[in-house]
Design a protein around this ligand. Structure first.
Ligand SMILES: [Ca+2]
Length: 519
């Protein structure tokens, strides 16, 4: 941040701090300060954009908490992300708003909950939905504020924005290469009904030939040529560890198969989860644990996911090194996030599309000017909070229409109180409320789950039917969204609805027959 911008923050901090107690005897001086503040605010409205910090906005795809500094897997190696965490504030209890790419990203980039827009599936994109057709998004806000804005890789869900709708979002759209494909699938899965993305193994031979390497290179080039006279907003979206989990051999060598630690899995774990929990991921290409075990592919998948995470981490490291080399790191806010988590056998499945911790917990960290270093915040927070946080960090006007809450108090003091839980939604009527201690899930048919996350971090014991916890459920249920829209027109892929009169659940347009359950 330039001297001017920093000075502005210093002057404004006492006035903007909502936690600062107000003393009556200093009312006159407070009024005087307020007047000075208003004058400065007017001045700042005409501040040159160059006084604002830059933003380096880094996304990961399907990255759960298997990140060194988050402790989700004891063997995972992510030195670059871990180092970034020592430079900033890590949120250890951060959750997505939807456990699926398109709705999660649409929510983050609009600042609106899925239940407020009706975007739950892989389609439609935001410009085809009434609630967001004309909504000013996060990237658009920075483009309009005079930033140089650039995107590469996957920030919006692939294909969710038509070419005609792209220009107002980012000035420049860089490459968004896919993963590439080996000549034949590597994983030994049954051929019938196999989805091309359900594959993992050593590919390609060289780092340079992988999609994420190319995405990092594009981001590096954007950082190198970003205009110096204005701030930049450079967004790079990595594809890994989304399936197919491909990485070159040396990344697999970090995880020798004989010593690989498998995620904790409890036989019969789903015996106490409602039938409706299966409907959320009713018919999907992501294999069930039982199938992986039969095919002897569970260990290879875990290993490939870990290798993919480490490879992607190395690409994050390349971009961060380029930021350092640009000489602009001191005036740049770096934010790193993932769109949702991923199961690797827990609760008998792989993939996302659930309301459990494996699907909802995500890495989220901020580093840069005005942000505490080597800090960890354990309060529940949401990806929805990113939009208002970046507005505040960059001195842009706050927006009353956004549904998240700025994390700036926690970025200055990780222990700063925060009253809200994190809320995740998957299709209308299905919500999870995560507080510091609890996860409460309510499905569209009224069935419930309750986990004491402190005593039972693996969510093995559903306490919802215990009379002892009735009042806890009642308190948590007050956070369920008041607005719970049906799927927006044009919704497709992984859409689940429920008709309470007929007591019928419908998956992708077809009535669910519970007898067809695949465990
Ligand atoms: Ca994703």
């Amino acid at each position: 941040m330039s001297g001017q911008g920093r000075l502005w923050l210093l002057r404004f901090e006492p006035l903007m701090n909502p936690l600062r107690p107000c003393r009556p005897r200093s009312l006159v001086s407070a009024c005087r300060r307020l007047l000075v503040g208003l004058a400065l605010a007017a001045l700042c409205a005409s501040c040159p954009a160059a006084a604002r910090p830059n933003v380096l906005f880094l996304a990961m795809d399907d990255q759960n908490d298997w990140i060194g500094c988050l402790g989700g897997h004891p063997q995972v190696r992510t030195p670059h992300i871990d180092r970034l965490a020592t430079r900033g504030t890590l949120f250890t209890n951060a959750h997505c708003q939807a456990p699926l790419c398109n709705p999660s990203r649409a929510s983050l980039l609009t600042g609106l909950r899925p239940s407020s827009t009706g975007i739950y599936g892989l389609a439609p994109g935001i410009r085809h939905v009434e609630a967001t057709r004309n909504h000013v998004t996060l990237p658009q806000t920075f483009t309009r504020a005079g930033y140089f804005t650039y995107t590469c890789g996957k920030i919006y869900h692939d294909g969710s924005l038509q070419p005609k709708d792209r220009a107002p979002e980012f000035h420049e759209w860089g490459p968004a290469p896919g993963m590439g494909r080996p000549p034949a699938p590597i994983a030994n899965l049954p051929a019938s009904g196999r989805h091309p993305a359900m594959d993992w193994g050593v590919f390609p031979e060289r780092d340079e030939d992988s999609g994420d390497y190319k995405i990092a290179t594009a981001a590096i080039e954007a950082l190198q040529r970003a205009p110096k006279e204005k701030p930049f907003f450079v967004a790079a979206g990595f594809r890994l560890p989304h399936v197919p989990c491909y990485a070159p051999q040396k990344w697999f060598d970090l995880y020798p198969e004989p010593s690989l630690q498998m995620p904790p899995v409890k036989p019969g774990d789903r015996d106490d989860t409602p039938l409706f929990s299966w409907y959320l991921h009713w018919k999907l290409p992501e294999p069930r644990l039982a199938l992986l075990e039969r095919a002897h592919e569970w260990r290879p998948l875990v290993r490939a996911y870990l290798a993919s995470v480490s490879f992607m981490d190395a690409q994050v490291g390349r971009v961060l090194a380029a930021l350092e080399a640009s000489g602009r790191a001191q005036e740049t806010i770096v934010i790193l996030w993932s769109d949702h988590g991923w199961h690797l056998g827990e609760k008998a499945i792989t993939g996302k599309n659930t309301l459990w911790e494996r699907s909802t917990r995500v890495p989220l960290l901020f580093a840069g000017p005005g942000i505490m270093k080597a800090a960890q915040c354990g309060s529940p927070v949401e990806l929805l909070d990113i939009f208002p946080t970046l507005l505040e960090l960059c001195d842009l006007p706050a927006r009353a229409d956004l549904e998240g809450h700025s994390l700036v108090p926690q970025l200055k003091d990780a222990q700063a109180p925060r009253p809200w839980p994190a809320l995740t939604t998957h299709n209308p009527g299905n919500h999870a409320i995560r507080t510091g201690q609890w996860r409460y899930i309510r499905y569209a048919d009224g069935s419930e789950e309750l986990y004491d996350m402190k005593a039972d971090p693996n969510e093995w014991t559903n306490l919802a039917s215990s009379a002892k916890h009735a009042s806890t459920k009642e308190v948590l249920a007050k956070w369920l969204p008041k607005k719970d829209l049906p799927p927006a027109s044009g919704s497709q892929h992984r859409i689940l609805t429920y008709n309470p009169q007929a007591r019928e659940a419908v998956w992708e347009g077809k009535r669910i027959d519970p007898a067809e359950i695949e465990k």
